[in-house]
Design a protein around this ligand. Structure first.
Ligand code: PCD
Length: 787
């Protein structure tokens, strides 16, 4: 069916409709909640109403007596299985079901397994939990006070809420540069706690076969192989007896990287009852208890000459990690890739210190559409540059242009040790300014200001570091970050590509087929991409931090080239010439100097399975495998210009237009890349203008539904205007860089800078996100809101 849907299927890179959309637009996708197994039972989680409380007792007898209830699991049940606590992605532990205390509102306390979803939920109300409420720590800034209640008294010897201190850069040199600088601009800013809020919430169907001992888990995960290994390590089930299937996923955005207590409870429920158990959380559960993002309280300083040459950046961050340290990032990087806070500029020095603390909030700290804290880093430096422009009275575009890294500086090692692979930043900024007609916008702004209108133009320039990562630098829980790919070419020349990474909606079934097509000249319509099933795919660490293209994409190109090399041997046998006499053109090997004498890849595939006599030691078939260990990250970048109008009476912001020029190296499918950018720009408008996970003093979550936690819609988004530049990655086999998160990373700063540019005539230098009308209105009156 797909073949006829794509009449103009390119033989490789190029625009092409997404193969997977044939099932999605017809409602034929299979999500975890679509899985229905014979005899399946349903689970529901009882959650804590308190942010911090001691559990005095749990009485589940009434729930157990409910006629449709098959099991009630509590912390005590799990303790007997040694499963009450599970490891987090940051070498901490997290309660699966609370035993001693609850530490955030919405924490998992008990799990009911019943014959249907409704009975399971009804039975939750029959569980009697006696709590002794404790004072809650909600403000990260107060968490380190001597008299702050200790949240993690489960950890022996712990007397406070401090988790870690981490620093990067050269403190001494940075301090020297600051001391000698003409100007220093200082700004405190908050990147508020936000949530990835994928449309599909999280869930699991667990099926432990009591006869074979094989556990099959259908689950909303971005990293099926990593989940399988963790289940094996934690539950002691042999790894080959676990199959993790991540079917169609309705958006991940980092929310589906980790393992949630509900997943573990579904597995335990299946083991206890001998039946498959489904658990699907609802929207409020997703917003209140699953991985949040950001929550960085940042103090930034930027040093420069009077003429606007940026010299150094110095930062202090207080990172609110919630009740369990569950942030997701490679082991050596407790603050993720925040080290790229030096941005896209040619600095003399940089230094940063990050302190992580516990609070009575949900754990997580995922890189929501962000390669491990790069969103925070980009926001910080791009706000600082604008604050500096404000102080110096310089145009923010001009100030950036003067300080961007120059093309001849690549590969460029930043002052915090990151090696940016390639870029032509001035060209990209110039392209964005041209696309936006920047000078004309400024002229228009001047005219409007005379009329009392508040029009703002905001810029951002970002560099990301995506594609984690080289094994020598990066692992998660001891697992290296290489990815596998396997390519089989059937006798008729149709192919199957098996990948360790996982698609959550970004179109891998199309783009990865396009990579093989580009390398082998087999149509993408003739290539199936298999992913999301540990029994069918090679090991790899999954999809996040825009790593699929940089790592699995490279693995795919390499494995296709291996197939091409095998095809060459077979072709030389077919054509009875030496391999050295053969030349490749997309789809066929031919004899040098004689284009007619050649064999196409389909003919070669058939011959590889035939009785053709092959040279000594050649096994036949074209199939190949590859494990790709990336030599470096890839560094996509971009320049964004946002135009807003602020209502002088209400502070309401309207995003009038948005111009985005992205450079992600070679584009596999420009249509998909543009879709990725559109999504990320909408994310940016959401975070900049309307989103925050707010709590009251007692730790009550104030954003547990989409009535309170707002998602941007087409009404809040302009019609995006996109441009592109292409600077290939020198170390990636096809020159591609990741792009899935670029726009989420780059856009919030552009929107915020635009709003602050609009209210600049009123003397406003900074205001914190989200710039909802009340925040803008207060800032306009000289009393910025403090979150
Ligand atoms: N591409 C192309 N070209 C280039 C690059 C790229 O074409 N140069 C494409 C590919 O192939 C794919 C896409 O595009 O399809 C993307 O990619 P990347 O960048 O590589 O990325 P990935 O890995 O694949 O993915 C991931 C991402 C992330 S990370 C996120 S957040 C988000 C994004 O992705 N998510 C999502 N996007 C998206 N989309 C959708 N639809 N959904 C979702 O969910 Mo994280 O860390 O997780 O937070």
């Amino acid at each position: 069916m797909t073949a006829v849907e794509n009449p103009e299927t390119p033989m490789g890179f190029g625009r092409m409709h997404r193969k997977e959309d044939v099932r999605f637009v017809r409602g034929k996708g299979t999500y975890v909640d679509d899985v229905a197994l014979p005899g399946m039972l349903h689970g529901a989680v009882l959650r804590s109403p308190h942010a911090h409380a001691r559990i005095v007792s749990i009485d589940a007898s009434a729930a157990e007596a409910h006629p449709k209830v098959r099991a009630v699991v509590t912390g005590a049940t799990l303790e007997s299985l040694n499963l009450a606590w599970m490891p987090t992605l940051s070498h901490d532990v997290q309660a699966v079901l609370a035993t001693d205390k609850v530490r955030f509102q919405g924490q998992e306390v008990a799990f009911v397994v019943a014959e249907d979803r409704y009975a399971a939920r009804d039975a939750l109300e029959l569980i009697d939990v006696e709590y002794e409420p404790l004072p809650a720590v909600i403000d990260a800034k107060k968490s380190l006070a001597d008299d702050a209640p200790v949240i993690r008294d489960d950890i022996e010897g712990r007397t406070g809420n401090h988790i870690f201190d981490w620093e990067t850069g050269d403190k001494e040199h940075t301090d020297e540069v600051f001391a000698a600088a003409d100007v220093v601009a200082v700004q405190d800013m908050l990147y508020p706690r936000v949530h990835p809020a994928p449309l599909e919430t999280c869930g699991t169907v667990a099926d432990m076969d009591p006869v074979t001992g094989k556990l099959t888990v259908w689950t909303t995960t971005q990293a099926p192989h990593a989940h399988r290994t963790l289940y094996a390590l934690v539950a002691g089930i042999p790894e080959h007896k676990i199959r993790v299937i991540s079917p169609d996923i309705g958006g991940g955005f980092g929310n589906k990287v980790g393992i949630y207590p509900g997943y573990v409870c579904a597995v335990v429920g299946s083991i206890l009852t001998g039946k498959p158990v489904k658990w699907m959380e609802d929207r409020s559960e997703n917003l209140m208890s699953t991985s949040f993002a950001r929550d960085y309280h940042m103090h930034g300083e930027i040093a420069a000459t009077r003429e606007g040459r940026i010299l150094a950046v110095r930062v202090k961050v207080l990172a609110d990690h919630g009740a369990f340290n569950g942030t997701a990032q490679p082991t050596k990087f407790p603050a993720g890739f925040f080290g790229v806070f030096t941005g896209s500029y040619d600095l003399m020095a940089a230094h940063c210190e990050v302190t992580g603390v516990y609070t009575n909030k949900a754990p997580g700290g995922v890189a929501y559409a962000c390669s491990f804290r790069i969103t925070e880093a980009v926001y910080l430096v791009e706000r600082l540059v604008d604050v500096l422009a404000y102080d110096l009275g310089l145009d923010p575009a001009e100030l950036r242009m003067r300080n961007l890294l120059r093309p001849e500086q690549f590969p460029y090692e930043s002052k915090t040790g990151w090696v940016y692979d390639s870029g032509d930043y001035p060209a990209t900024l110039r392209a964005a300014l041209d696309l936006a007609d920047y000078d004309e916008l400024r002229a228009q702004q001047a005219r409007r200001r005379e009329r009392g209108e508040l029009m703002g133009i905001g810029l951002s320039f970002f560099t990301e570091a995506v594609g984690a990562g080289p094994r020598k630098h990066m692992d998660i829980l001891g697992l290296g970050m290489a990815d596998g790919a396997e390519l089989r070419v059937h006798p008729t020349g149709k192919a199957v590509l098996r990948l360790s990474c996982q698609s959550q909606g970004q179109g891998h079934e199309t783009t990865f087929a396009q990579i093989v097509a580009e390398e082998l000249g087999i149509s993408p319509d003739d290539i199936d991409v298999v992913h999301g099933d540990t029994d069918q795919t090679p090991f790899g660490l999954g999809t996040y931090g825009s790593r699929s293209t940089p790592v699995s994409g490279a693995a795919t190109a390499v494995v296709a080239r291996k197939v091409r090399d095998r095809a060459k041997i077979v072709a030389s046998a077919m054509l009875e010439v030496s391999e050295d006499d053969l030349e490749w053109e997309k789809g066929r090997w031919f004899v040098k100097g004689d284009r007619q004498a050649g064999r196409d890849i389909q003919e070669i595939a058939l011959a590889a399975h035939s009785d053709l006599e092959l040279p000594e030691g050649v096994e036949g078939h074209l199939d190949a495998t590859c494990v790709y260990n990336p030599p470096n990250l890839t560094y996509p970048f971009g320049a964004y210009v946002c135009v807003v109008d602020v209502d002088p009476g209400t502070g309401q912001v309207t995003v009038r237009s948005f111009f985005a020029v992205d450079d992600c190296g070679v584009r596999i499918n420009p249509m998909i890349v543009e879709g990725q950018v559109h999504g990320g720009l909408a994310d940016g408008v959401g975070m900049a203008l309307m989103q925050v996970m707010a709590f009251d003093e007692d730790g009550n979550h104030l954003g547990g539904s989409f009535m309170d936690y707002l998602l941007p819609t087409s009404l809040e988004c302009p019609s995006w205007r996109l441009g592109e530049t292409v600077t290939p990655s020198p170390h990636h086999p096809i020159g591609a860089k990741g792009v899935g998160e670029s726009a989420t990373v780059g856009s919030p700063a552009a929107v915020v800078n635009a709003v602050l540019d609009a209210v600049k005539p009123l003397g406003v230098r900074h205001a914190d996100m989200p710039l909802a009308p009340a925040a803008v209105w207060s800032a306009m009156r000289g009393n910025p809101l403090r979150t």
